[in-house]
Design a protein around this ligand. Structure first.
Ligand SMILES: Cc1cc2nc3c(=O)[nH]c(=O)nc-3n(C[C@H](O)[C@H](O)[C@H](O)COP(=O)(O)O)c2cc1C
Length: 333
């Protein structure tokens, strides 16, 4: 079972998000907190993988005290098993098997969401990982490749592999991120499986989180883009269960953005910092209609350094913060 907090809040996880949700973002949002565990973006395991070198980028202590699970993506059972062993030696508390990445460069090699084309292959890959390590192994999957015809078979294949739980992002590979996530499929997975199911996809507000929990009966929640848009969302969900209100202070957001820049390090090129900051702001500005009106101008603005960009955006964000991120009272359900 996935643990709940003392107020009954289900297990909250930060989703892996390759590119956007890199170490800088993870460390910045970990400084805000509110989630129980994070999952690192995938480590791709090619056929000619050199396991030890591939695993070096995984740092178990990255978010201490928040645990950071390692995710692997590949289709070669021996290499996947070897990766899991090496990651365990590096301190990984859990290994997650990626069965969802839609990227063609990945699926072309039979990994990620391609595993959903063959429940048998999915089973073999997940089982090889489960059998290689004594730590928990989980499977993160989409609802199918082209369609959901193998949905149940894939769920059962994951369960029978010995995975501790599955995380379901209920869109097919072909859906990409287009149509709304089908939460009814999370409910279906929940009624089919004996192992826990973590629900994922399109949780943007406390209300969304509560609706997903109520309608699917899932055991935990994983949030990705919603946390980029509102980095206080985890706290707000947790506060709801504690019958409290979580209203971020204006300085919290400034600290979060400063932390984001600081962890990139003094040697990171200014241009890179500006681009990364703009990427993060691009999500943050989706949190309110008012900020959305400024989004394009900010994203296309030119700045010498990230400090001048921050100087321009902070007044806008401060003005909008209560509406954008503070709109969640405990009486909302
Ligand atoms: C930019 C980006 C990168 C992602 N990278 C990964 C990844 O490395 N591994 C993975 O399992 N899922 C990845 N995902 C999928 C997310 O973990 C999550 O399943 C999906 O975004 C739906 O959840 P959300 O609506 O809360 O964002 C990625 C999603 C995005 C938007």
């Amino acid at each position: 079972m996935l643990p709940k907090d003392p107020h009954g809040c289900p297990y909250l996880q930060l989703a892996p998000m390759e590119g956007v949700g890199d170490a800088s973002f993870r460390k910045a949002i970990a400084s805000v907190g509110g989630f129980d565990e994070a999952v690192r973006d995938f480590l791709r395991v090619p056929i000619n993988a050199h396991v030890k070198s591939l695993c070096r980028v995984y740092l178990a202590n990255e978010l201490v005290p928040i645990p950071l699970a390692a995710q692997i993506m590949g289709s070669d059972t021996d290499l996947m098993a070897a990766m899991a062993q090496e990651l365990m030696l590096r301190g990984a508390p859990r290994i997650d098997v990626n069965c969802g990445c839609p990227s063609n460069t990945v699926t072309g090699k039979g990994a990620g969401s391609s595993l959903l084309k063959s429940p048998n292959t999915l089973h073999q890959v997940a089982k090889a990982v489960v059998q290689s390590v004594p730590i928990p192994v989980t499977v993160k999957m989409r609802s199918g490749y082209e369609d959901i015809s193998l949905f149940k078979e894939n769920l059962l294949a994951a369960e029978e592999s010995g995975a501790c739980y599955i995380t379901l992002h209920p869109r097919t590979k072909v859906d990409g991120y287009g149509p709304p996530a089908r939460w009814d499929l999370i409910a279906e997975a929940k009624s089919l499986l004996k192992i826990p199911v973590v629900g994922n996809g399109d949780i943007l507000t406390v209300e969304d989180a509560l609706t997903m929990l109520r309608t699917t009966k899932c055991d935990g929640l994983m949030i990705g883009r919603g946390s980029l848009i509102n980095p206080f969302l985890f706290h707000q969900i947790r506060a709801h269960f504690a019958k409290k209100e979580y209203i971020p202070q204006k300085e919290d957001l400034a600290l979060y953005l400063e932390r984001y820049l600081t962890v990139m390090g003094p040697d990171a090129p200014e241009k890179l910092k500006i681009n990364k900051l703009k990427q993060l702001l691009g999500f943050l500005f989706k949190s309110s209609q008012e900020l959305m009106q400024h989004r394009q101008a900010i994203l296309t603005s030119s700045h010498q350094d990230p400090a001048s960009l921050l100087k321009e955006v902070m007044p806008l964000i401060r003005q909008q913060l209560p509406q954008a991120c503070g709109n969640t009272s405990p009486s909302e359900t």
